[in-house]
Write a protein of this length. Sequence first.
Lengths: 133, 782
Amino acid sequence: MNYMPGTASLIQDIDKKHLVLLRDGRTLIGFLRSIDQFANLVLHQTVERIHVGKKYGDIPRGIFVVRGENVVLLGEIDLEKESDTPLQQVSIEEILEEQRVEQQAKQESEKLKVQALKERGLSVPRADTLDEY
Amino acid sequence: QSLEDCPLDEDEDAFQALGEEDEDIDQFNDDTFGAGAVDDDWQEAHERLAELEDKAGLSREPDGPIGNDGDVLGDPEDALAERLTRLVIDSELEDPAIMQAVHTRDPPQQPGGLNSSIWDSSAVLRRIRGPLLAQDMPSVSVLDYALPQRPPQARDEERDPSERALPRRSSSPIIGSPPVRAVPIGTPPKQAAIPNFNQQILCPKPVHIRATMQQRYPTPYGERMSPNQLCNVPNSSLLGHPFPHSVSPVLTHLQRAQLLGGAQVKLLPAGRMSPSQFARVSGLVGNPLPSVNPKLLQGRVGQMMSPAGGFRAFFGAPPAPPPSQLPHPPGPGSHLQNLRSVLSLSQHPTCSLRPSLTIPALPRPQPQMFRPDTTHLHPQHRRLLHQRQQQNRNQHRSLNGSGGDRGGHRSSHQEQIRKDPYANLMLQREKDWVSKIQMMQLQSTDPYLDDYYYQNYFQKLEKLAATEDVHGDGPKKERTKLITPQVAKLEHTYKPVQFEGSLGKLTVSSVNNPRKMIDAVVTSRSEDDETKEKQVRDKRRQTLVTIEKTYSLLLDVEDYERRYLLSLEGERPALMGERKQKICDMYDNLRGKAPGQDKPSDDHFVQIMCIRKGKRLVARILPFLSPEQAADVLMATARNLPFLIKKDAQDEVLPCLLRPFSHVLYHLPLGTVTSLVQQLTNLPQSASAPTNLHLTAVLQNKFGLSLLYLVLSRGEELQSSDANAELMQDNQWTELMLMATRELLRIPQGALAKPVSIPSNLISLFSRYVDQQKLNLLETKL
């Protein structure tokens, strides 16, 4: 029965497989075992999934307790449709390598951008000072 | 020369004494560490005791009350009993040192087997005390405190294997903090932890003189049995405690947590509790009746707080509350336990409450036993919750009750479990607990204020549903809708906490009693200092402030209708008066009160109209103004229209005024209309001027043109309807019309703005004043 019609409550989601996006950018996939009023989550058999381009890699992590404020969004995974994805799963090492490469490329382009702007006399505020807000 | 000789030669006696001392020391050493030492390994003793307690518990379940299993107590018990009786006589029970000494002698005597005698005598029970006295007595509790939970739970088959008691939470002492919330913070503690738990009381005991949360305890204590108030129950058997009844201590959340975690059941010095009760309660280590424990224990928690010295944490086991009291609503702190008790009781229907016990057998709690007050849960919300519980109860009943079907049901249940062995880690009661919190958060004192949009949305939904039901043939569908109930707002004044026995008052700032940190003083600068720009800026700010104030008034006025409906008859005139007053205020704000002038200047109004929000504000206010006031506003607008048009170039908000303006226009007499047109066209200008800039501007603006058309149309309406009005012959009107038409003709088609709407009677209007040819031209232009 619907616990609270018209509201969003995680109670119905318990014991189901979820994908959780955290504020630091991580993607966790696990079974939602327990919640509380702050939306702190207990994830079971959690897997951290790293996506790079069309590839992804899973790192098994076990049990996660996530503080509610760090969750950006979460959604239920349809177990039947789960395998129905155009993405290609690769090994952990490979995906980490890919991630590293991607980060490097991003940093390079960022540096070039900042350089170009500096030449033109403009400056962009550093993103980390703005943080998440 | 040896050391020995020098000083001691003189005093043979001293040496003698020393020697004796040495002997004593040797003896002491021996006693402590050597062969003669009492084996005071507290860890071992603890384990033994814990075992004991296990077995004691075990024995409790199948057997009856303690009195019955005499066979368990053997000869060792006699010796022990003797010792214990001696202890009873001992008056110095309070002295920890003595108690320690006494106790250390005992444990070794206890056989590894079951010795339930330990629970028998009240004296023994008395000895089990709280850790506040900083002993390392081999009492079970301290170590239970420190060590992870032991498997007394393992005994209980029904218990979810993954269930573990939460570690104790330490919390800072609550001094001057907000009142204890009925709902403990964080996750619900596991209910059935070992009850023989010494609670580490970490905080000093400020006795909160502030009464229990008044918003939650509106009724006198007689009706309401909060944990705190249970202490003050007059016929409590635990009256032998040192607390004055006047003190109604508020449970700190720590205590509640401990409470919920399962508190140690202790005895008061009065020792009124009968052993069987204690045994019963203490035996409730396992799950079978966890509900009884916390619920009943709560009543005694209050006694934890003792302003007196020699404080000892103790919980009396509550034989006290007679059965009749149980149905009374326990305090909000316990309503969770209530819930829990219902749920767990429901989940263990096979457990039996042995009637021989003096603990009042809990009747199977009915849902309606929950306290009638809705401070915590609106009836609808409660209903939702109960429905769920009912479902679960039925579920469980079907699982456990029918023996024959047990296999069948079990298998499906097990299958479910097999598929996901970790399912239902979160118990139903915990889910209910969370949803309860969420539902409580929906309660507010003024839903329209707190949650305006949801209220409106909900009303719309209901209207939709109502219409659907009307149209549909079928019976009205019972849809579960979530409402945000309104609870009464209760005023409570905060009184800062006072410590008993302290000299003077402690000023502790807290959420309710904040301390002023910054002195924010408004300094107004002198006029000469200000530059022109600053003046302009200030003026604009003033205007913005005025707009905001007027908006607040407007929202209030718009709300009056709803309040009117909700209010009583007697209040209504007052409400109307208020409303009128506010409307006047609004108008004054708009036009600007200029005390020295007869005719208020337009300046204030124009300033407001230059700001987008101001224009919207005017549009919303117009319906509330009286006709004269509204006409005045119209006039002012018309008078300054070119300026406003210029300012509106970016916002283009003026057209929003058209609708209210047209409403106003319909009520205007011709005289006003005429002057309005005059304003619009700004006629009193030198007739020789080739162009009428004012009118041109008006015509070239969408709003202006539309407004002009509206006004003209209104004039035409009046003209055509009122045949004998002499105003028709008024030169002014004719002049104006001629003027207008001339302008209209003059302006090239492209420059003419696209009006919002073209009233139909314009042609007939123009036909009065111009000839056919021009009329055709005008028609094309329109």
